[in-house]
Ligand binder design. Structure first.
Ligand code: ADP
Ligand code: MG
Length: 701
């Protein structure tokens, strides 16, 4: 149960004054929620300002710089309402100080509130932007107007928030202040010495400073208050990952020691030998599986580095030891492809590979479930359907998750909730900086595939304006005549989107006019069997150009495809372009990647495409991507910060992550059930950051 002390923060957001049925939906939109009923007070606390307005400049009127925000005190001289019937003329109020005169300018004024707010002869303080025109100073709709005697109440430094249409900054600020008021005195969950060393303010003070910055330094992510909040987030994240891990580890692993007979057969039938880093990865995995702790290992390797065969070796070892192994893919296409590849390789060892996906229905599905339950099927490939309730395993000892660049611990949690505790191997394709691995997975063991399989030819990448699409088509014609195969990728165009982008359907139609039956089409909206048929036709060579959306992005393997055309390349993220390009250059023939862009290109787009042209190294691309677009994009998500975090950002707070990891490890070593004094406070932290799922692990513990 959530500690009662947090109740005021987990109250409905519309329990704050001023949020009624009218603005409620605006707040939901601001916080990215479906409706106001999904929003809690605490959510608004994390809506951090991204800048500030400094009203501290208080020059004389004559010295107010053009276009700057100033605060001015003067005496009201006269009102000049628009002439009758001319509502387009503004209402002006003139005031002066020793240096000059200022016209306060208001449009479409209704009623006589101005004569009340600015009575003639009163001395008032106003704040806003000054505009000079023909030697006269004016201020259009001042942001603040008070009697000079109340000037002290003016916020001289105001935070600037992301807004949503219809929500005024003033209303938002009022609500946020009310939310900050609600923060109770929560017993400190941070370690004393660390707090002192880092100069972290207390929790409530940190939120107060976050929302009431005093100067630019307070807006900086490196300010002590922001660092404290970031540290809290990292610590909550590391603690919950460590708890899950501790739980998974507690379940003694089943030592799996294969005798190598199946692996031997498969290896000797492969048309290649493993690279050094594949061999090392396999050895690390087998050593883990043979131990009495559960394996939790990440295999990281760039596209085309050969992760599949590494996974197969681990699965074969599981089967040699009399167990079952599953491989879960993120998409149906990929599951089917893995199934085809693995079947081909495993057959020489006399093994049939089972397929189980969400698309399988009726008798076919029943039969598969039957074979899985009886243990007749030892290697099973599929989508998340593998872990639905209807599936039971005879003796599952290894689960491989092919995440590619999609992150998530959900599946892992789900597996454990079924009461199964196999060894775990997660494969990711994007070369992720270590800090991101840590943030997303916690402290996993990592094997890296650093070498490309031998014999790969570099991919030549060119950047071409879409005005030259005709030439590209001519070149394709020649390439096809030489027996080559090409992908032609178009961005996903939503039907509602009014745009001049070429959609897959249109591109398919135009290429069909030129190449006839040689052109195939595959996209996400097609019925499953049609997708499979299209992929198969391309693989077998029945079609030689495959027009596609990014469904081919992950993992699809057609080694003799050597040309990749990406239309509107400026619309794709670098990580995505790298994934797409990784579909070619897989065989022994030289490959080409053509990035077609629609000009004019902005500076960043140009830089991004140049990175693609200049390097094939996934790590370099990932780093550049990080620089050019921020972490969220690197992981293929749209958030601007580090995925899963609200204040914390690896670029600014990366140093804190490592500290948080050690902190979490130490806590769990000394107080594994979080029942000691600090442990109890840390439970509150987990609730505060909605890491409740980790608490469940504690209780079940
Ligand atoms: P990814 O790491 O992107 O999943 P795959 O496992 O799909 O890569 O492998 C890409 C291609 O490289 C496949 O066609 C595979 O058969 C081939 N391959 C894997 N290992 C080697 C190797 N050691 N030597 C040559 N080719 C290999
Ligand atoms: Mg793969």
């Amino acid at each position: 149960m959530r500690p009662a002390i947090l109740d005021p923060l987990f109250a409905a957001l519309d329990s704050l004054p001023g949020i009624g049925p009218k603005v409620g939906p605006l707040y939901a939109k601001l916080l990215g929620r479906e409706s106001i009923t999904d929003c809690r007070v605490i959510d608004l606390l994390f809506h951090a300002p991204h800048g500030l307005i400094d009203r501290r400049k208080q020059p004389g009127i004559a010295d107010a710089p053009q276009g700057s925000i100033v605060t001015i005190t003067g005496r009201v001289d006269r009102h000049q309402p628009p002439p009758r019937g001319k509502s387009s003329v503004p209402y002006r109020v003139f005031l002066h100080d020793e240096t000059g005169e200022l016209a306060l300018t208001f449009f479409r004024v209704k009623g006589d509130w101005l004569s009340k707010a600015l009575p003639v002869d009163d001395v008032v303080t106003v704040s806003g932007k000054v505009d000079w025109f023909n030697g006269r100073a004016s201020m259009v709709h001042p942001d603040h107007m008070v009697k000079a005697s109340e000037a002290a109440s003016l916020p001289l430094v105001e935070p600037v928030y992301g807004l949503t249409a219809g929500l005024s900054p003033k209303t938002l600020k009022k609500t946020i202040d009310a939310a900050v008021e609600r923060i109770p005195e929560i017993p400190e969950w941070l370690d004393g010495p660390l707090t002192a060393r880092e100069g972290f303010p207390a929790l409530k003070d940190s939120f107060e400073r976050l929302h009431t910055p005093r100067d630019e330094l307070d807006i900086d992510p490196r300010s002590p208050s922001r660092r404290r909040l970031a540290y809290d987030e990292f610590l909550a994240g590391q603690l919950s990952l460590a708890l899950v891990r501790q739980k998974l580890r507690k379940v003694a692993g089943m030592p799996v020691r294969g005798d190598g007979r199946l692996r031997q057969k498969v290896l000797s039938a492969l048309p290649f030998s493993l690279t050094g880093s594949q061999t090392t990865a396999v050895a690390e995995i087998l050593a883990d599986m043979a131990g009495d702790q559960r394996m939790l290992r990440l295999v990281q390797g760039d596209v085309g580095s050969g992760k599949t065969v590494v996974a197969l070796m681990a699965m074969l070892a599981a089967v040699e030891a009399g167990g079952q192994a599953v491989l879960m893919a993120p998409t149906e296409i990929l599951a089917r492809q893995h199934h085809a590849t693995l079947s081909g390789m495993a057959r020489v060892a006399g093994l049939e590979v089972e397929l189980l996906t969400g698309r399988m229905k009726g008798k076919e599905r029943e039969a598969a479930l039957e074979r899985i339950a009886s243990g007749d099927s030892a290697i099973i490939v599929g989508t998340h359907a593998l872990f639905q309730d209807a599936v039971s395993y005879r003796n599952l000892v290894l689960a491989v998750v092919d995440e590619q660049h999609r992150f998530g611990v959900h599946q892992r949690l789900r597996l454990t909730s079924k009461g199964i505790s196999p060894h775990m191997l997660v494969m990711t394709a994007t070369p992720i900086p270590r800090t991101l691995v840590l943030a997303a997975f916690g402290d996993m063991d990592v094997s890296k595939l650093t070498e490309k399989p031998a014999g790969r030819k570099p991919i030549k990448t060119v950047i071409v304006s879409n005005e030259r699409t005709g030439e590209i088509v001519d070149r394709l014609r020649a390439a096809l005549a030489e027996g080559r195969k090409a992908y032609w990728i178009c961005p996903l165009v939503e039907e509602t989107e009014e745009s001049d982008l070429m959609s897959v359907d249109e591109r398919f139609a135009t290429l069909k006019q030129v190449f006839g039956a040689d052109v195939g089409l595959v996209h996400g909206q097609m019925p499953g069997p049609d997708k499979d048929a299209a992929m198969l036709a391309f693989k077998s060579g029945e079609t030689r150009i495959l027009v596609a959306t990014t469904v081919v992005e992950v993992g699809v393997d057609v080694p003799d495809a050597t040309i990749m055309v990406i239309e509107h390349a400026e619309r794709f993220g670098l990580a995505q372009l790298h994934q797409l390009r990784g579909r070619v250059g897989r065989g022994s023939d030289a490959s080409t990647c053509i990035l077609l862009y629609k000009g004019p290109l902005g500076e960043t787009s140009r830089a991004r495409l140049s990175v693609m042209r200049d390097t094939e190294d996934g790590f370099v691309i990932a780093e550049e991507d990080l620089k050019l677009r921020g972490e969220g994009e690197l992981l293929g998500t749209r958030q601007s910060g580090t995925p899963g975090f609200r204040i914390a950002n690896l670029e600014a707070h990366g140093d804190l992550l490592e500290i948080a990891r050690k902190d979490a490890a130490y806590v769990l070593e000394t107080d594994p059930d979080l029942t000691g004094p600090r442990g109890t406070n840390l439970r509150t932290l987990l609730y505060f950051h909605r890491r409740d799922e980790a608490i469940r692990f504690l209780r079940a513990g």
